[in-house]
Design a binder for this molecule. Sequence first.
Ligand code: GRF
Length: 206
Amino acid sequence: MFENPENERKMKNILTLVSGNGTNLQALIDAERQSGLGQGTIAVVISDKLNVFALERAENAGIPAFTLLPDKNLPKQERRLDLSNRILAKALALQIDFIVCAGFLSILSGDIIAVYASRMINIHPSLLPKFGGQGMYGEKVHRAALDAGERESGCTVHFVDAGADTGQIILQRIVPVFSNDTPQTLAERIHVQEHAAIVEAVRRLV
Ligand code: GRF
């Protein structure tokens, strides 16, 4: 009988995009090893920065990983689109079903948004829509939450759309903000929750 190879491919391929340390990637790797990511498997990791520790984490786990650098010769908008298109081409060539931005700093644009609509997620270290948007990453997010006198902060996993941190929210995890918090102590508290959130969101998604 004729078999459709697509039906035979039971596991869903996940592409994880990273730019830095990769603790969220590590949480996904550990979760897949320990109790699985539903029907999902981390098939490949792509970084937009050279020599980041996330790439080493992927290598240590035996996951193919490589870098696609933004083209600095292009103006900002074109650079974004060019990188997005190169990621899309790789994703299609590698039969990627889902894309997880796990600490990925480049903003995606162009066809990848529609092609992977509802199949591409991002994690952000605040309770969106608060403290999101272009330029809001790392310490700046936590400093803004502290400056605003927030009593709670947390993390958000959301679908990626054409905006920056504007896509539909999948889930949030909340942490308290203490009066003696610094951006670093708040970031650390949120990071722990991020790892649980990203695993839960990926399991739901796939
Ligand atoms: C996380 O705080 C994530 O929310 C943000 O970038 C950071 C990445 O951390 N988008 P890591 O590289 O996963 O450790």
